[in-house]
Design a binder for this molecule. Structure first.
Ligand code: WT7
Length: 651
């Protein structure tokens, strides 16, 4: 069902008609039940955001809500606030002090629970450690830790004294750590002797030593003892966390920060290009993540909330640490892999801790689909009441699988669209209000203005186009660290004063958004521009397929031909006849135009360390090119194997 819009930025083919309204029992007690929130926010967005900001504790109230000099925004101008006192002191001072803030489980099965009071104590003490080592307001601190409570403590302690943290995912290499420390000119590094992943030790300190040997800006390295292996500690430079904490002061006054002071830098490389240091602010950022956590995840005091993201990603910053703690929530934090020691580890954790809200990524959901339903089936998942998805478009069949086998058919799913740059969720259902559709991110959060445009900036009312965010929002990035020019070119040069996220999307007749994938990945066949998502979802719709990535290669007649890389659910065998079946399936679902020319079966697809499919590399393979940069891949072996396989195909 092609619908040619005058823009034709991206054509759309796939139609999904299933609709799931909020379950009545959920709706009745939801944090947001009133449809009018959308109209109210639209009528006066500044008043809308100010209302959320007023629910936080400010040292000094702002003079003006917003100052907008595109592309530079200031939110809560001249306000003063401290993020750690809002996330910690605020609850430690009340009857919530004994509530669990962080329930942690290590991969080996160790358990730790920190109440809000415990967290208060730890954050204060570590803030005093930082101060004694000469870390001042505005200094950059690099954090390279596994998923252990110390990661949250370190972030909050930085926020307390006004130091800017730069968390580097523990799975990144020494080289990546080095370049990030260099770019931010970090003064101090916090790491651990190691972390566990699938039973193996990740030698963080060893990698940190390599990085720090090349980064003279680092004065000290603080090392958390996680593994207990002997370490080479460089005298005068390396210090043990536990030694320092013994001498720490019990209380450090939270630094009154200007609303616009930077809270952190987080490097993002996305699926292409050199990492950019995305800078986030203090007052606007906290307001944005506080508001969205409260409304999107419908948080209540009794909830056990689990977001599976690592603190090394923006999801870990906004929806493991800052958003949930600003709401006084109880969060579950798990150190390790979902398939360790067995493929039911996540479901065991949900059962064990009575998790009520579960937020994960499509890449994980597709892995669970591949492994089969016997794993979740073994566990009691009835405590769950809300599910979330983030990171990539979720294929309708993966959505249905999540809804049925994890949510037991009774949990709303919030498919949340946002980016490292946006800081907070921008397009999402509100679980007590929105009619959800498998694969749709539905509507912009109240107060957010988004639409689809073509290259000329003309609006696409229905069909495919480029996603555009037309008004500033509180948690928006304040820039790329040290590179204002790249900030302008990357995000603000497509149209005038409008933010360009780089994603394609479509709008259906109800005004609901459907993400189609990155604009760079769009396929071009016989003059039609097709989002990767649609062809991939048609493939995943087949009962034997768990995951797929579609790219194009040049074709003499059509311009481009489609190459589909396909991962089967376990227990299914690849064959010539299955390949033909899959091509037919796509033809039947969306039309001959999108029929893949080649199907390549693969046990794994190349992914970034945060789990996004790297279509750029698959494209190199399909086009017979020398492989591009593979340094950000989770498992570089996967592409070289695929390359051999594709070239051996001898077509
Ligand atoms: C890109 C941002 C946002 C935190 C995790 C990723 C894709 C993200 C969705 C979604 C479709 C999504 C977009 C976006 N993306 N969420 N719900 N549906 N696509 O942060 O690494 O900065 O990536 O992830 O392409 O631009 P990130």
């Amino acid at each position: 069902m092609t619908r040619e819009s005058k823009s034709s930025a991206i054509d759309v083919f796939l139609e999904e008609t299933r609709v799931f309204g909020p379950p009545e029992a959920f709706r009745q007690v939801a944090n947001v039940r009133d449809e009018n929130v959308y109209a109210r926010a639209r009528a006066n967005p500044e008043a809308f955001w100010a209302e959320f900001a007023s629910e936080l504790e400010w040292v000094k109230k702002w003079d003006r809500v917003l100052e907008w000099n595109p592309p530079n925004a200031k939110w809560f101008v001249n306000g003063q606030i401290n993020v750690s006192s809002n996330c910690v002191d605020r609850w430690a001072k009340t009857e919530a002090r004994n509530r669990a803030a962080i329930i942690w489980e290590g991969e080996q099965g160790e358990e730790r629970t920190l109440t809000y009071w415990d967290l208060y104590r730890e954050v204060n003490r570590f803030a005093s450690v930082l101060k004694k080592l000469g870390v001042c307001k505005g200094d950059r601190v690099a954090i390279y830790l596994p998923m252990i409570p110390e990661a949250a403590v370190a972030m909050l302690a930085c926020a307390r004294i006004g130091a800017i943290h730069s968390v580097v995912f523990g799975g990144f290499s020494a080289e990546s750590l080095k370049s990030r420390i260099e770019d931010a000119q970090a003064k101090l590094l916090i790491t651990a002797d190691g972390g566990y992943r699938r039973g193996e030790v990740i030698p963080l300190k060893h990698d940190a030593d390599y990085a720090v040997a090349h980064t003279p800006s680092i004065e000290h390295v603080i090392v958390v003892k996680r593994i207990g292996m002997p370490q080479r500690m460089k005298k005068g430079r390396d210090l043990w966390w536990h030694d320092l904490m013994r001498e720490a002061d019990a209380r450090v006054e939270p630094e009154p920060m200007d609303s616009e002071d930077p809270l952190f830098i987080l490097y993002t490389s996305g699926t292409t290009g050199k990492p950019k240091g995305i800078v986030h602010s203090t007052g606007g950022y906290l307001t944005g993540v506080y508001a969205t956590t409260k409304w999107v995840f419908d948080l209540k005091p009794g909830d056990v909330y689990w977001c599976t993201a690592d603190v090394g990603w923006i999801t870990g910053h906004s929806y493991v640490v800052y958003g949930p703690l600003a709401n006084g929530a109880t969060i579950l934090m798990y150190e390790g892999a979902p398939d360790w020691p067995e493929r039911d580890r996540f479901w065991r954790l949900i059962e064990k801790y009575g998790v009520t809200i579960f937020y994960t990524a499509p890449t994980a959901i597709r892995a669970f689909m591949k492994w089969g339903i016997e794993w979740p089936k073994r566990c009691n998942l009835s405590s769950l009441r809300l599910l979330g998805s983030v990171g990539e478009p979720i294929n309708p069949e993966a959505w249905m699988w999540y809804h049925t086998h994890i949510g037991g058919g009774k949990c709303p799913i919030v498919d949340t669209w946002w980016q490292t740059e946006t800081g907070m969720i921008l397009i999402t259902p509100l679980p007590g209000l929105t009619k959800t559709k498998p694969g749709s991110v539905t509507k912009p959060f109240p107060g957010i203005e988004a639409c689809l445009l073509n290259e000329r900036g003309e609006q696409v009312e229905r069909g495919g186009g480029y996603l555009a965010i037309t008004k500033p929002w509180p948690a928006m990035l304040r820039g790329i660290y040290g590179d204002p020019e790249r900030f302008q070119i990357q995000y603000w040069s497509m149209w005038k004063n409008i933010y360009f996220p780089g994603d394609g999307a479509k709008l259906d007749g109800d005004g609901d958004f459907w993400m189609l994938g990155r604009v760079d990945d769009v396929l071009n066949v016989a003059g039609h521009r097709i989002g990767t998502m649609e062809v991939e979802s048609a493939l995943v719709d087949h009962a034997m397929v768990a995951e797929s990535a579609v790219v194009s290669r040049p074709h003499e007649i059509k311009g481009e031909a489609l190459v589909a890389f396909v991962t089967l659910k376990e227990g299914n065998k690849s064959s010539e006849s299955l390949a033909r079946q899959l091509k037919d399936h796509v033809t039947q679902k969306i039309g001959a135009i999108a029929r893949p020319d080649d199907i390549i079966f693969s046990v794994e697809l190349p992914k970034t360390r945060s789990g996004k499919i790297m279509r750029r590399l698959l494209k190199d393979i399909a086009q017979g090119k020398v492989l591009g940069d593979t340094t950000t891949l989770a498992d570089p072996e996967v592409v070289s194997r695929l390359k051999q396989q594709y070239e051996g195909k001898g077509e």
